[in-house]
Design a protein around this ligand. Structure first.
Ligand code: HPA
Length: 274
């Protein structure tokens, strides 16, 4: 099944949402940030063509628009994953809709396992770069309007926004580490040997999302900032078997730091989003 035309879906949403300037994709356990929006409008995914109902615990499954720190935002509370059986273009479709709504920038967030031994559960990691170990790409197929055939990926995450985020973390006294995110297919967690390999190829954190959305944003020329919440030590560092409940609990515990940092970043980035 092909996905609908994101421009038409966005046009239908615009009547209810207006014209948001910043898009946010909120990962496992991090959706609560959209509950802080003022003048919020919530549209459940099952009311939007082409959106898959998010089925994983910790994912609410709604598009929420509203104002945060004076910036009109639109957030995806929960996302579809490749491991649920969706194709990469289906997983990235909601991001295409945010782009069609006219957002000037996209903040992507996720839960991830810490491969770097210096990382602790609860740390926030600024995504420096990523490795697409999904071996799938939402840009496969005909080139869509406004997208490029061969987008540059030498720096997918905006350098100025990375600097801004690091400054905001210092000011807010939030520990913000920095590293490379490797996206894997899942849904099984990794073996110790796989994590050992990922560490040797330069990855600092591992998760099962985010890269498809970043690819559609970059091919459309939209600036991206990425933040991972380190929810657990990756398989070869973990004293106990990995468990999704641990991932959700870490999201809850880090919620205040995450919210403080994100709000500060949004406030400081506001002049660039006009
Ligand atoms: N591996 C993959 N994805 C994850 C992990 C992990 O350890 N933690 C949270 N998402």
């Amino acid at each position: 099944m092909t996905t609908p035309d994101p421009v038409r879906v966005a046009a239908d949403l615009r009547a209810r949402l207006g014209a948001p300037r910043l898009g946010l994709i909120l990962g496992s356990g991090l959706g609560a940030l959209a509950d802080e929006f003022s003048a919020a409008v919530r549209v459940p995914y099952d009311e939007i063509p082409g959106f898959s109902t998010a089925s994983v615990a910790g994912h609410a499954g709604a598009l929420v628009s509203g104002t945060l720190e004076g910036v009109s935002c639109v957030a995806l509370q929960g996302r579809a994953h490749l491991y649920e059986g969706h194709r990469a273009d289906e997983v990235a479709f909601p991001a295409r809709v945010l782009i069609a709504l006219g957002v000037r920038g996209l903040i992507v967030t996720n839960a991830a396992g810490g491969i770097n031994p210096r990382f602790r559960p609860g740390d926030l990691m600024l995504i420096d770069d990523h490795i697409n170990f999904l071996w799938q790409n939402p840009l496969i197929g005909p080139v869509r309007d406004g997208e490029q055939r061969f987008p540059d990926m030498s720096r997918p995450y905006d350098r100025d926004w990375q600097q801004l985020a690091e400054r905001c973390a210092l000011d807010e006294k939030v520990r913000l580490v920095r590293g490379v995110y490797i996206a894997v297919l899942g849904p099984s967690y990794e073996t110790r040997a796989e994590i050992g390999m990922f560490r040797r190829v330069g990855a600092d954190a591992v998760g099962m999302s985010t890269v498809p959305e970043v690819l559609v944003a970059r091919t459309a020329g939209v600036r991206v900032l990425g933040v991972s919440l380190i929810t657990n030590p990756a398989a070869d560092l973990s004293p106990t078997p990995l468990d999704h409940a641990e991932v959700i609990a870490a999201g809850e515990a880090a919620r205040l730091d995450f919210s403080r940092l994100l709000r500060r970043i949004i406030r400081e980035a506001a002049p660039e989003l006009v």
